[in-house]
Design a protein around this ligand. Structure first.
Ligand code: CP
Length: 316
């Protein structure tokens, strides 16, 4: 594996899931594989889970890890080709990515969308420039449009908790939030579920349709209660509008998931990528209840990252 930016970079999805679940049982089996290899984790945005789980995954494989908060600790980065750098930017991504690629055998990069210009965000310009200018394989730690390590961890969690012998019904439901949130997690979850052995239903208020690029094969409805009928998994996530790009169109009153709404499901397990705003996105009763899988998802982040890093180390 030379890059991991979306499900399209995975040649054998079932194989990768099996690998991750095997690593969960045997986390130190490949401790020699990463000896004298370095993972660089570059953050332009905050993180708890991605930072620590990917670091732990690399340590389990025997790698060294360097972490840099590039937005706070690095030089102000220029990304425009041909820019005359007589303003506030100090270093061009051409040099920065190339240099980091010299120090590291694998690079991870987190860069959120700005939610101001859809074309710019959806071009994934920064991620693509890192891929172009760094010779090291690149792992997305969440980009402008996707969060593939989260989606792989979510798929592991669904596999582990699926009712035996049944193709599970998985519902991705929009939830309220206090501010505009990127579409990355929802896009990515929809895209990965589209490749998995599940029936996916997406529900959201009008105006929150995701790009069809990610939702192929899913049923989409604005009727949340109908969507929840006989669901086995309910994935809760807020996102801002794709059409009216980056806008919050509603206060989302009535869209927060409750135990009462879950009665229509097939004893559904509830998922969220975290961090979660309690009693805004998801109620205390659900997060603290037996149906919540949020901590299992977070735990699986380590083994998702470990499977990806292992395949990259094997192809160095
Ligand atoms: N789910 C997730 O990516 O968490 P962090 O933003 O804390 O890394």
């Amino acid at each position: 594996m030379k890059k991991f930016t979306s499900v399209q970079d995975v040649a054998d999805l079932n194989g990768l899931v099996k690998e991750a679940l095997h690593l969960k049982e045997n986390p130190y089996q490949y401790k020699k594989l990463g000896e004298n290899k370095t993972l660089g984790l570059i953050f332009l945005n905050p993180s708890l889970r991605t930072r620590l789980s990917t670091q732990k995954a690399a340590l389990n494989l025997g790698m060294n890890v360097m972490v840099m908060n590039l937005d706070k600790e690095g030089w102000a980065l220029e990304t425009q080709d041909g820019a005359v750098m007589n303003g506030t930017t100090v270093e061009h991504i051409k040099e920065a990515a190339a240099v980091m690629g010299q120090y590291c055998d694998i690079l991870g990069i987190r860069s959120f969308p700005k939610l101001q210009n859809r074309e710019e965000d959806y071009s994934e310009d920064l991620l693509q420039q890192f891929i172009s200018y760094s010779k090291a394989p690149i792992v997305s730690l969440e980009s402008a449009t996707r969060h593939p390590l989260q989606s792989l961890a979510d798929l592991l969690t669904i596999n582990e908790n699926s009712p035996a012998g049944k193709r599970p019904k998985v519902v991705l439901t929009w939830a309220p939030h206090v501010k505009a949130i990127p579409q990355c997690v929802a896009n990515s979850f929809a895209e990965w579920m589209g490749q998995a052995d599940v029936d996916l239903v997406i529900t959201h208020p009008e105006g929150y349709e995701l790009s069809e690029e990610f939702t192929a094969g899913a049923t989409v409805t604005t009727d949340q209660q109908e969507a929840l009928e006989r669901a086995d998994f309910v994935y809760v996530k807020n996102w801002s509008s794709y059409q009216d790009y980056g806008k919050v169109l509603t206060d989302g009153k009535g869209w927060m998931l409750t135990d009462e709404k879950l009665e229509a499901t097939h004893n559904a397990k509830v998922m969220h990528c975290l961090p979660v705003r309690r009693n805004v996105e998801l109620s205390d009763e659900i997060l603290d209840g037996a149906c919540s899988l949020v901590l299992e998802q977070a735990n699986n982040r380590t083994y998702a990252a470990q499977a990806v890093l292992k395949q990259m180390l094997e192809s160095l």
